[in-house]
Design a protein. Structure first.
Length: 201
């Protein structure tokens, strides 16, 4: 699952970080070295960004802000609670349940900076679980159980609709391909979880 862990971490960064010149250069470096083939479209979109052009960087920053931050109505809110609560509100039951998963895995989360059910935080959490499975074989069964349950209860439950909304709302290629790549990653995770036994990934 190491290849999927790398992909999860990469996409997490794209959702959480502003698209600065330094960030784009870092993403391009990671995509060149570590990314699997299904991220080729995203690799092409990011490598096509001229990081020497201030106007292009400003357009990307505005796109990121408009899609995920505000100040106007956000077309694809990056928080699970908004997609799964009846009133489309933040910090609802999904938020609390995600925090419980983080605690079960022994992680401490600063929710003042990033909400626990932010798409980037959830992707990063699963990346951490999969990476730790390779690093801590004595805890593999526990980590596999947490990863599987978290994926089924959370990522699989709302990210496909979120990504659909993102692709429809995005105007720049980077974020349209980010949406499609996110769906492909969720599909691959689903297939991998289905193909393995209940306890070992």
């Amino acid at each position: 699952m190491n290849d999927l862990s790398v992909s999860l971490g990469m996409l997490s960064s794209l959702y959480l970080c502003k698209p600065s010149r330094e960030a784009i250069e870092r993403w391009n470096s990671l995509l060149t070295v570590e990314a699997p083939d299904f991220m080729a479209e995203l690799r092409g979109a990011l490598s096509g960004v001229d990081v020497t052009c201030e106007a292009i960087l400003e357009d990307l920053l505005w796109e990121h802000t408009r899609l995920f931050v505000g100040p106007y109505k956000i077309p694809c809110p990056p928080w699970e609670s908004v997609y799964t609560s009846p009133g489309r509100l933040m910090m609802q039951s999904a938020f609390d349940d995600v925090l419980d998963f983080y605690r079960e895995a022994g992680l401490v989360v600063n929710t003042q900076e990033v909400m626990a059910d932010h798409v980037g935080a959830e992707l990063n959490f699963l990346a951490v679980l999969l990476r730790r499975m390779g690093e801590q074989p004595d805890k593999q069964v526990l980590l596999a159980s947490i990863a599987r349950r978290f994926f089924e209860a959370h990522l699989k439950n709302w990210i496909p609709q979120f990504a659909k909304d993102l692709e429809e709302a995005a105007t720049l290629l980077v974020y349209k391909t980010l949406a499609r790549t996110t769906v492909e990653l969720v599909n691959r995770l689903d297939c991998r979880f289905r193909a393995i036994g209940p306890d070992v990934l």
